[in-house]
Design a protein around this ligand. Sequence first.
Ligand SMILES: [Mg+2]
Length: 272
Amino acid sequence: MSVRCDGFVFDLDGTVYLGESALPGSVEGIAELRRRGKRVLFVSNKPLEPRTKYAAKLTRLGIPTAAEDVITSGYVLGHYLAQHQPALRYYVIGEENLRTELRGHGLTILDELDGQDAQEVIDPQGIDAVVVAFDRTLDYRKLNTAYQALMRGAWFYATNGDKTCPMPGGAIPDAGGTIAALEAMTGRRLQLLAGKPSTLTMEVALDRLGLAAARCMMVGDRLETDILMGQNAGMLTAVALTGVSTLADVAAMATPPTFAIERLSELSALVE
Ligand SMILES: [Mg+2]
């Protein structure tokens, strides 16, 4: 089976690399797709680092990449809000890199002092929208500020909903618990999720590729996020069996991905 495909969206962790090493076949596989003129974009759910950092890592691992060819959940949210709600004042439970990313989209982000005793408490009346993200400097003051703003009717958004973030030797709490805590406290529901498995990530990815969904392939190692998201967007999909999913998981799916591959160097032969 060979299908027409002009653009590829790659998940990073568990698909292109694992920790600090490129997975076998990914350097050659992506180089071959580019040599054939295919457009390539990389997606990360993490809002912690700027896009330049992922681009630099890929380049260091042998996959030369510009920051414009990487999207993070922070970028996706900023891109969306700049188009739809550019005039709001945003309060961010997140780290400074995320505030910088969102400001880069022209948004008004209220100042926050991570991990310091802020002298100036932000007035919740001045907050139009709360953005929740992975924040390793989360404290009671931030939760309270977000709570007060949400109780006054502020919009409730998040970059990503991951419960934990895998780390060498275990995992650490991610944004999912913070979202759940604020939902429990306020009785409200999150109104917009930017990262995977939200369709917003794929909309922004396809917009950046400038190609129709049917001519693009989502490649990732997680069936319930990467593959589902690609399928929902009407894209071709390939699960890379290099991360968390196995062939048995794939076989158990009602709608399996278009392809299951062991390494990214198999992709070129699968597409026209
Ligand atoms: Mg992954």
